[in-house]
Write a protein that binds this ligand. Sequence first.
Ligand code: IFM
Length: 442
Amino acid sequence: MFKFPEDFIWGTATAAYQIEGAANEDGRGESIWDRFSHIPGNVWNNQNGDVACDHYHRYKEDVQILKDMGVKGYRFSISWPRVIPEGTGKINQKGVDFYNGLIDELLKYNIQPFVTLYHWDLPQALQYKGGWANRDTAEYFADYASEMFRLFGDRVKHWITHNEPWCTSFLGHAIGVHAPGIKDFSTALQVAHNVLLSHGKAVQYFRQAGRGGKIGITLNLTPVYAASDREEDVRAATVADGYSNRWFLDPVFKGQYPEDMLKNFGSFAKIPDVQVGDMKIISSPMDFLGVNYYTRSFVKYNPDAQFGTESLRPDGQYTEMDWEVYPQGLYDLLMRLKKDYGDIDIYITENGAAFKDVVENNSVDDSDRLNYLKMHFEKAAEAIRDGVKLKGYFVWSLMDNFEWAHGYSKRFGLIYVDYETQKRIWKKSALWYKDVIANNSL
Ligand code: IFM
């Protein structure tokens, strides 16, 4: 039976806007997600994160759950506008107190905090100045990051600069289904560049701060498979891979944008303004890569589709997000990262699934989620066996929460949240996960 490495970090993950609530309390500033979610039509049933899981008030109860689950690590994000309401300048001490309380509570039970600095909730005050489309935001972010290293770096030893810059850039600025809801591909490309620049600057400030610990970035990566080995389908898969994966991996690891994609994007959009020295900053060496894996994409060539690439929907099992369940993709992705980008430490910073959950007699039989996780853990084990330096695995998510434009309609949690009462209920998958962690094996 495969045993995971002794020091393997089993964990769960969440993000500030998705769970904290307390949107208007204790001096928290407005974020772009507060603004976006309050505009009718943007979110399923016009829901928002004002209350969410009320974690701001219930964090001790939630850490107790983590302790009972036996996790070694907990990944959460800091809400920038809670600690620096205007994005720059004055610190909000009450916000800092909250994160101090959370970090101390975790450490009390030997749970390592993995802190994400940006999980999509930009201070609205900075959006007024152009948000991520404004290059200055990279510097504002790095300054904010420095403050966080100063305030929490004595206890936090794992930092993640950004969560899924692909989503910040393309969902937020090209497709427009995420805050700030802009629909302009050229803007999205500039945003991606500014976000990557902010990442690199933060890594450099982190080294300068000399507080010890490790820093990386989390990318959502989607391995792409061609529907056939016809040349045009293979080419379509290469383009889709460029868009979803290489556009972020190449700058961070190789200090350059992929040539083929510069040409491709350049044929219909404005290529980002890259200044001398930017790529060197962006590729500042990191300590680990965070990988968020949920599904694969399966494509064929179609001259009428965007980038000449059409996504297909192969037969198989699908989650409530309509994402194909494809565990092999995790193995393939991890092996590919090792081959193309080097032998860096990797954490799966998110993996999990939304399924319909039904509460019966105070329990939830979520066998689909349990099986999903089991199949993916098996693939992670195979990758470790084959030499991938996989250091930890964070299930998305600790508990059901605000799933962005889907509101509360999609449940990803190991723990069920009754939003009426804020009662937490352990699902079958959570009980099973507790055993996996205790045995350090499946
Ligand atoms: O809920 C999100 C999370 O915020 C970022 N990664 C994907 C998850 C599921 O959609």
